[in-house]
Design a protein around this ligand. Structure first.
Ligand code: FAD
Ligand code: EPU
Length: 330
């Protein structure tokens, strides 16, 4: 059985029945047709293979970046297997600005719309014109418009109505020639005379300072989503926990940093086996060497229980957890 350790950024020592690297739409169609149990993988930076997966891991390597111009926009058609950061970097070097805030997010272009990747004030959905897919129910190639993707915070139609039903083959991006710089998020606000290049460099600097490098210490980025709670529940929590941070989403909802909740519950540096809650960024769980799937699950459940008991807030994993037969929930 091939090892999955190098196929996912948490690097658990688990296996699968077989791995298929596919490079074009024809190979992809054949791969999904001939494998009854499969898991679609980009670069495995949001996936943890908790135990041996009894199926085929289909790795999307569809390549290519094509650019066409209209009077006010650059339009990019990008293969799902391209690396996300390389795309951001290539776009910047060519003067196709806008995506700099999303620099250094690990993973593939094809996975970027799945959870609508986001960082430093922007989400990929801000730049998506449409997504090209294969519908696994009827085998047809289809194009979903931006509106049909139903993007939300770490959310999209691909995680809901279309979960497990589609393969993304290409993503079409649209970048305005007159772009607006977004420097509202935390540290970026301190930049003097901001430019796309300065934002790109600063985002890389902050990320390298804050987040563990998965090539050195296995991790999958934020393990949980930041919970969005009702404004009245937030006000109640402010009485018992006056320092609780919160970001107003709209009049009814407030987003609370999960890192703060986990920090308050005393989990920084907590270990179960070789799985550790990161001492500087407690939203990230790390593999300290020989972590096992059951340790990941045990620590994640402990955190979820403690946050629920203390704050009456249910944390929802952001990472995709894969068991023997496919995706599992905690
Ligand atoms: P994978 O883990 O391979 O797949 C993720 C999901 O997408 C799976 O469900 C998979 O089945 C599905 N999928 C993959 N490719 C396709 C396809 N072609 N068609 C259909 N489904 C597909 N995320 C953020 O949003 N913001 C961040 O700031 C951020 N920072 C991170 C930092 C670190 C250190 C790490 C390790 C991760 C971080 N992440 C972040 C999470 C991760 O980078 C993103 O979720 C990324 O989009 C995952 O890409 P991937 O190719 O590795 O996805
Ligand atoms: N905090 C603590 N204690 C800590 C660290 C942080 O209380 O030890 C609190 C602070 O209040 C801080 C807040 O957590 O202000 C937020 O921390 P940070 O700015 O690092 O962002 P985050 O909410 O932890 C989110 C995304 C990241 C993204 C960054 C930057 C989610 C789940 N995570 O992290 O995305 O890179 O913002 O935009 O939304 C990912 O999805 O994998 C990911 C890394």
């Amino acid at each position: 059985m091939p090892s999955l350790s190098s196929y996912h950024s948490f690097h658990l020592d688990t296996n699968c029945s077989s791995v298929l690297n596919i490079e074009d739409v024809e190979q992809l169609t054949a791969a999904v047709a001939s494998n009854s149990q499969f898991y679609l993988l980009g670069e495995g930076s949001n996936t943890i293979f908790l135990e041996d997966f009894f199926g085929t891991v289909i790795v999307n390597r569809i390549a290519g970046i094509q650019m066409r111009e209209s009077s006010a926009y650059y339009h990019l058609r990008v293969g799902a297997g391209e690396n996300w950061h390389q795309l951001v970097s290539t776009a910047l070097n060519n003067g196709w600005y806008g995506m700099e805030n999303l620099a250094l997010i690990p993973g593939s272009v094809g996975a970027s719309p799945i959870q609508n990747i986001g960082a430093y004030g922007l989400e990929v959905g801000n730049f998506i014109e449409s997504v090209e897919i294969i519908d696994l129910i009827d085998g047809a190639s289809k194009i979903l418009t931006y509106q049909e993707c139903l993007f939300g915070y770490r959310d999209s139609v691909f995680k809901n109505e279309l979960a497990g039903r589609v393969v993304v083959t290409h993503v079409n991006f649209v970048l305005p020639k007159k772009n607006t710089l977004v420097t509202s998020y935390g540290e970026l606000a301190r930049l003097s005379a901001p430019s796309p290049r300065k934002i790109f460099d600063e985002v890389i600097r902050i990320r390298q300072e804050k987040l563990p490098d998965p090539n050195v210490t296995g991790n999958a980025g934020s393990f949980f989503k930041n919970p969005v709670i009702a404004a009245h529940a937030y006000q109640t929590l402010q009485v018992s926990h006056p320092s609780i941070p919160g970001f107003k989403i709209d009049n009814e909802n407030v987003k609370v940093p999960a890192a703060w909740l986990i920090d308050q519950c005393g989990f920084k540096g907590r270990r179960v086996g070789d799985v550790s809650c990161h001492p500087n960024q407690p939203l990230v769980l790390t593999n300290q060497g020989k972590a096992r799937g059951e340790d990941v699950v045990a620590l994640a459940r402990e955190i979820m229980n403690e946050v629920l008991n203390t704050f009456d807030i249910t944390l929802e994993p952001e990472v995709r957890l894969v068991g023997k037969e496919g995706l599992i929930t905690l």
